[in-house]
Ligand binder design. Sequence first.
Ligand code: NFS
Length: 653
Amino acid sequence: MAKPLELMKVEDITICESTAQMITKARKDGVELFFDRAQSMKACPIGEQSACCKNCSMGPCRMNVNSPYDRVGVCGATIDTILARNFGRMVAAGAAAHTDHGMAMLELFRDVINGKVKEYSIKDPLKLIEIAESLDIETEGRELKDVAMDLYHELEKTYTQVEGEIPLMKRVPIKTLEQWREAGVVPRGAMREIMEMMHRTAIGVDQDYENITKQITRTALADGWGGSMVSTDISDILFGTPAPVEVEVDMGVIKEDQVNIIVHGHEPNLLEAMVVSVADPTLLAAAKSAGAKGINLIGMCCSGLEAMSRHGLPHAGNFSDTECVLVTGAIDAMTVDIQCIKQGLQKVAAFYQTPFITTNYRAKIEGALHIQLDELLPRECTDEIVIKAITRFKNREKPVQIPQVTAKGVHGFSFEYINYMLGGSFRGSYTPLNENIINGRIRGVAGVVGCTNPRSKQDYSHVELVKELIKNDVLVLQTGCSQMALAKAGLTGPGAAALAGPGLAEVCETVGMPPVLGLGSCVDNSRILLAAAEMVKVGGLGDCIADLPAAGCAPEWMSEKAIAIGQYFVASGIYTVFGHTFPMTKGTRFEKHLFHDLEDLGFGKWGFADSPKEMARLIIAHIDKKRAQLGIDKTRERVLTDMADRRSLDALV
Ligand code: NFS
């Protein structure tokens, strides 16, 4: 019999105190978590480097990762073709996830406008008008409903347009757009791009890695500047554009004396309907008569981040925490919709007798209870979930152990709010940001985003990287599970300015903002793109996104969605560093293409590093390179001398 694996030390698995406590408890309870499965499931060394092809049944063909040009596949495909095809399919899958989600939001918008859906309404008409005008839709003297319907039809093209540039290309800085036009990568509708990506990567079609990369770029752009951006815009119009709000996070937000309901997923409509259900007086009374002090609605993952930014709803943790919260024994219902929902949750939920409920026909899970969320009558679904949770609370049998750990932070920094925050209500503008970059107080901007992954110590790289960046005066914009890692570590409050370098700290103090700005879910990475476009528009930092002293990073990524995001960052002109693993065979021409050549072609480029220190070094070196190219490297030296002078003067007094 094989020797059982020696369990990894909890401190090597996570830096999150509550996760650590729950892993220990799960081990005592005999419950297997995904951390354990990651340990026992050794990654295939060939697959890890993306050096195998199973796109037809002549294989699967495995390349030699140590000597990748030694052999070709049965059809003759080279390692570069195989790598590019695999990468392209990851981007297609990631882009499909974001754009299918975006399209569902857009359909909901249409049905709200035409009166079919009555439970949701338009919460931000101003944003609706603003977007309509930016797309040359006539708004003067027209009914909001008519403008909205025109906007729906215009935005639908993001997904369905067969030929020509999608409407949101109007938001891309002109030089960046021209460069895309020249390279032939301006996206048509996402459906067309994803379809063509899948076609071209099938056996016997596109077998030129540079040509495949063009379609990879086009597909990714159809996501970032298309499907994802529409998703963010429509969610803001329907549910409200976020503004900063103080929020409590981490597993301490679970309350022993309340009915705890976790909502985990990605489409905000489920949580929005849950918010209404848990405030229903009849359901509250039922909870009270079951002996509960109230109903405690908690978000997780991306829709949790959106509800947190819009309603100040507590958030229990990121992707690596979803099984762990069940281990508390205090969750009376966990309800999910789409994306990043581990099948393993079902078993853990069953052990702790927590009703585990799927709500979206696109994502059913064996053994889970399915209650379809019907947008016409969403309360039918969400009320039933609340009732199930109350029943479970009444009959709680499992002992409850909740980690008493919480952190407070400020979240909800939309693109619009940053504009307002920096420029004030009368002259909302990114000018102060640019000025502070030019004068060197802020060295540059980094988007730190993406998942957590059980193959890398949870939250560690996110937190260490961000600390290093802000210490070096780099302003950090965040989304997704990364934002939650920093929130749990207490770095999303104004107090974090104490960890920032002198220049960034001064700006944060003056403006009253933290050095780490949480922008929301993964589709909200589009807010980062818009911030970058605005920085170009304001002027003084070059004339395309590739000129900006800016970078992106996903230190602990795991999802195909992250690869799609990385590629649209790169395609937009942003140097993007991924951590801990990358689907690439070293020493290949495709690797050189992604990690070097794309930059020479006017795009950004990919980077990779194992440790957060190294990620920070790469990002800072890139920012400094861009500052030097812009001729603003000298100003920073001056600011730093000033600060040093000031400090030495202080020391004299
Ligand atoms: Ni983004 Fe959100 Fe998290 Fe990764 Fe998954 S929850 S869409 S994919 S794991 S950041």
